[in-house]
Design a protein around this ligand. Structure first.
Ligand code: AMP
Length: 281
């Protein structure tokens, strides 16, 4: 496994390989969710590259850029075990050299949900993902359904800009008790960890109600909100039940939909979601 830190070295490696290349973009502090993306990429491509870059431009002022967990040595052990060919770890200066001043703004869907709570977040995400695509030039790139809106934003950017990469979605990996894996879970105290279970429990309970025939979006949102409200440590940010493509809020769930939420628990902000009306329903 090669570890590459510069665009120049990455380009020369890219020119030297043949066969398809799969890319898994991450911010490191890897867990089984990231490794599910890596396994999928490994199964579908001759070469696999994983990027580790905590992207400063997608964090707002006062967000957790400085506190974001990092453990490169452990990440490299896990990626070597997973059979990755290249780990690309640019420094912030390599990614954003002095004078860097260009951004990609994906329209429409970026104003909603995470975009409403975190202005400029998706500009940072789209710009760094576009740069990673240009630097690595993958045939396929793997993204988790856990960050459902990010997946939509990346897909729209690829479509709108004719980027020659196939975006592959990977289902959310969860702890046995339902909590979605996240690098940020490490910051939860035991009491917060227990309270955090209300996120997935609320989503699953609403999903059960949907499967039993409930189609009133307000009723389904309320099921989630009630679970969150029952935990004093949980401070909900939003609960959304929206069209799975446009993210427009629904009144009646009469098409594939994304039930998603964000909540603050102590210092930690977590997101989670389930799809309603996809193949599994
Ligand atoms: P991050 O390092 O949090 O930026 O995540 C890197 C990639 O891993 C993104 O495409 C995420 O959606 C994906 N990911 C993070 N957590 C999970 C999870 N629990 N299950 C599946 N994919 C995940």
């Amino acid at each position: 496994m090669r570890v590459i830190e510069t665009v120049a070295e990455l380009r020369s490696w890219r020119r030297s390989i043949s066969g398809t290349l799969g890319l898994v973009p991450t911010m490191g502090y890897l867990h089984a969710g990231h490794l599910a993306l890596v396994q999928r990429a490994r199964a579908e491509n001759a070469q696999v590259a994983v990027s580790i870059f905590v992207n400063p431009t997608q964090f707002g002022p006062g967000e957790d850029y400085d506190r974001y967990p990092r453990d490169t040595e452990r990440d490299l052990v896990l990626l070597r075990e997973a059979g990755v060919d290249v780990v690309y770890m640019p420094t912030p200066d390599e990614m954003y050299p002095p004078g860097f001043d260009t951004a990609i703004d994906v329209g429409g869907i970026t104003a909603r949900l995470e975009g409403a709570s975190r202005p400029h977040h998706f500009r940072g995400v789209a710009t760094v993902v576009a740069k990673l695509f240009n630097q690595v030039q993958p045939d396929r790139a793997y993204f988790g359904q856990k960050d459902a809106q990010q997946l939509l934003v990346v897909r729209k950017m690829v479509r709108d800009l004719d980027l020659p990469v196939e975006i592959v979605p990977v289902p959310t990996v969860r702890e046995p008790d339902g909590l979605a894996l996240s690098s940020r879970n490490v910051a939860l105290t035991p009491a917060e960890r227990t309270a955090a279970l209300s996120l997935s429990r609320g989503l699953f309970t609403a999903q059960d109600r949907y499967r039993a025939g409930e189609r009133d979006a307000d009723v389904l949102r309320a099921v989630v909100s009630e679970h969150l409200a029952a935990e004093p440590l949980v401070e909900p940010d939003y609960v959304s039940l929206a069209d799975a493509e446009t993210l427009e809020e629904l009144t009646v769930v009469d098409r594939p939909a994304l039930l998603s939420l964000a909540a603050r628990i102590g210092q930690t902000r977590l997101i989670d979601n389930v799809l309603l009306g996809d193949e599994s329903d």
